[in-house]
Design a protein around this ligand. Structure first.
Ligand code: PCA
Length: 211
């Protein structure tokens, strides 16, 4: 049986909502298989989130792992390509911890690439009328830490990666902050899962940036 692990995050940084967690709950409600979908909403703590993800991977042995989180201020879905082995927390996590200049995983390489078909996912989300791009930095906070941990923890042959989402329209902290309808965020995550299951070889068109 093919198994997919899809995670979002709890609110953090004093916000009341996190669209990634809400969207993942919604994807779970709508999922009709035939693959098994396991979902979880992770705590925004360096210690707790990575451990929970490792536990979920060990328990369910998923074929696909997609972690998702909020990138407040971004206007489009960001399909992350690179996880760096670096924690440099600009704010405290929900435990009050604020580690600076520490590795995500001691002794591991400086960076790892997502093993999802990131270009195909991005293209299919755009084709569905939802703005998306390949992103080359997931930051240095809890999301990147979970992304790097997922790539370390996943068994070889597992496809793993991370998708950052903008604020949802209903919960954006102010009208000036870029946001997408929650339904579009949900659809984008469904496309990310389905494309990861169906597309064996990623697209080759450039998704690079000049700066
Ligand atoms: N976004 C944060 C952590 C949790 C989340 O949803 C990040 O981008 O690191």
């Amino acid at each position: 049986m093919t198994t997919v692990l899809l995670t979002g995050f709890e609110p953090f940084g004093g916000d009341a909502d996190n669209p990634s967690g809400e969207a993942v709950r919604w994807v779970a409600e709508r999922w009709s298989g035939p693959e098994v979908l396991v979902t979880a909403v992770l705590p925004v703590t360096f210690r707790g989130a990575a451990q929970r993800l490792r536990d979920l991977v060990a328990e369910h042995r998923p074929d696909v792992v997609i972690a998702t989180g909020l990138a407040g201020g971004r206007a489009v879905i960001g399909v992350e390509r690179v996880a760096v082995n670096l924690i440099d927390a600009r704010i405290a996590d929900n435990d009050g911890a604020q580690p600076v200049d520490e590795p995500s995983v001691a002794g591991a390489p400086a960076a790892r690439f997502a093993t999802l078909p990131v270009k195909a996912i991005t293209q299919r989300i755009v084709d569905a009328g939802i703005p998306a791009e390949v992103s080359y930095s997931a930051g240095t906070f809890v999301c990147n830490h979970v992304f790097f941990t997922a790539l370390e923890a996943a068994a070889s042959g597992t496809r793993a990666g991370f998708v950052h989402v903008p604020w949802s329209v209903d919960h954006a902290p102010s009208p000036e902050v870029p946001a997408l309808p929650l339904a579009d965020i949900v659809r984008a995550l469904e496309i990310a899962v389905r494309t990861s299951l169906d597309v064996a070889v990623d697209a080759t068109a450039t998704a690079g940036t000049l700066h």
